[in-house]
Design a protein around this ligand. Structure first.
Ligand SMILES: [Zn+2]
Length: 350
């Protein structure tokens, strides 16, 4: 969705008071927040992945606001317990904070904030990040476009020159190339990214080393009872694009690596990308058959009673880098935007 349209919609719900008025009907039982990077603002002008980053200050104020509004902040274990059994619920709604992929800034910047607030959170780790071989292609693409004035690449078999010498051209180049890589079959996406990285001297290994936690760092988090380490595949593939055996292997072996390194096999899982094109009913069944207790998507929504029968396709709400303001958070907590988005219902089957 266009961020300006999204902001306009959220502002309308906020300033009209309609969001607050709808909350008793639209809020549901709770919410699972999704984050990726937590770090001070970089100030970079060309920052197409910026929506994935929030500042430690915003995280701290969000945690404070959620509690101030009477919500419980809970672990994924507790969220699942409350979904499963009405008797495990309190009168208060609950929020689970989750962070995807396994970036070092989670330890450096999110952990101190959550620790100071005594707030539980979950980090879903793709095992290739701490193993050092993750291909974080969206960061590679950003770096390639940022550093160059033009990109040569084949599009639909035709060699093209995509200019990216100015900020506007860089943004246009991103809007042209990113969807192609994002929607390509997984192996092709990685092959195309490797070719671009080779041509433009970008090292995916260096990007991974700079961005990802080491296993020692993952263990530092895992040792704290406030932190849950969840699975997120090995290679951050959209599992629905893989054949069933490979999808299952990615989900299973990513968790197995975490078990080897931390001593505990993850009970909770997040589908990489998590949209309908990246994780579907077949994958929900795989997650269940592998013994996970829950799995989260990026379908947008609050948690409803009906989700107790859909624990492997739970919706989440992004804490988006473009929406770092408490009045947006208040609107999200009302559940009203998702109620409208999901066709006038809190529960929408994934
Ligand atoms: Zn991810």
């Amino acid at each position: 969705m266009n961020p300006n349209v999204l902001k306009a919609g959220l502002n309308a719900l906020h300033y009209s008071g309609i969001g607050e008025a709808m909350a008793p009907m639209t809020r549901g039982l709770g919410v699972i927040f999704m984050m990726h990077h937590i770090r001070p603002a970089t100030g970079a002008e060309f920052d197409p992945n910026g929506l994935l980053a929030i500042t430690p200050d915003f995280l701290a104020s969000a945690v404070g606001r959620v509690r101030q509004r009477g919500w419980d902040i809970v672990s994924m274990d507790e969220a699942v317990a409350r979904l499963r059994a009405p008797e495990a619920r309190t009168a208060r709604p609950f929020a689970a904070f989750t962070i995807d992929d396994g970036y070092r800034d989670n330890l450096e910047h999110a952990y101190p904030v959550m620790k100071a607030a005594d707030a539980p959170f979950t980090v879903y780790v793709s095992s290739a990040l701490p193993d050092g071989g993750a291909e974080l292609w969206w960061l590679s693409l950003q770096e390639i476009i940022a550093r160059n004035d033009a990109i040569e690449m084949e599009l639909d078999g035709v060699p093209q020159t995509i200019p990216c010498g100015t900020l506007a051209a860089k943004r246009a180049a991103w809007n042209q190339i990113y969807p192609i890589l994002r929607h390509a079959p997984e192996d092709e996406q990685r092959t195309m990214t490797r070719a671009l990285c080779a041509r433009y001297g970008v090292s995916q290994k260096d990007i991974c080393a700079e961005q990802a936690m080491s296993w020692d760092e993952v263990r530092t988090l895992a040792r704290d009872p406030l932190v849950t380490i969840g699975g997120h595949t090995i290679n951050h593939f959209a599992v629905s694009k893989l054949d069933p055996a490979r999808a299952s292997d990615e989900m299973d072996q990513g968790a197995a690596r975490i078990a080897e390194e931390t001593g505990a096999r993850p009970k909770h899982f997040a589908y990489p990308y998590g949209d309908p094109g990246s994780a579907g009913p077949r994958d929900f069944d795989i997650a269940k058959s592998l013994g996970f207790e829950s799995a989260v998507t990026t379908r947008k929504g609050m948690l409803a009673d009906a989700h107790r029968d859909h624990l492997f396709a739970l919706p989440r709400v992004a804490l988006n880098g473009n929406l770092q303001s408490l009045h947006y958070l208040d609107v999200l907590l009302s559940g009203a935007p998702f109620y409208l988005f999901n066709g006038l219902r809190v529960f929408r089957p994934a």
